[in-house]
Design a protein around this ligand. Sequence first.
Ligand SMILES: [Mg+2]
Ligand SMILES: [Zn+2]
Length: 196
Amino acid sequence: MTTGAIFLDRDGVLIEDRADYVKSWDEVHIFPHTFAAMRKLATAGLPIIMITNQSAVGRGIITSAFVEEIHRRLVEEIEANGGRVDAVYYCPHHPQEECDCRKPQPGMLKQAARELGLELSASYLVGDAVTDIEAAQAVGVQGFLVRTGRGEAQSRLLALRPDLGAAVTADLDAAADCILTDSGYLLLPESKIRSV
Ligand SMILES: [Mg+2]
Ligand SMILES: [Zn+2]
């Protein structure tokens, strides 16, 4: 039996976004609401998967081993606070490599679906950028744009993209509430849900 999943962007959703990239564990600032939101999401009965662009690897600023160590510690913190992350996918490529995994490309979503047997049309993605929503919509995943991280500015760009159907929520905790009470959020061709 296949199941939907909850995909989460990292920077700007779980932790503060840094324009100059996370280069040490000290630069990982977990949002105050993150643990409560993750506890909530853990009750949804769906796999929780982090998907994140980490071009700092391709730019030569950090190594893959460093990114994986950050993810290990972040997941450990979330688990220590009652949450869960079942898998992590990241794109290490420089934008100029034009890979198919860097969001807005949906490569990581497709890979996760393939490897974990997920039904993307029954899945959710929470991100703080229009590129997250584009990746989600490309494969029929319901997107939520949070106003944390880059989200406040990105929500104004999203408003200029009537082709993208996404819900805008204050933060991950509010998105978690929507996902847990979902009865009609799954994207239908014409559906648009906005709480602007
Ligand atoms: Mg982000
Ligand atoms: Zn990539």
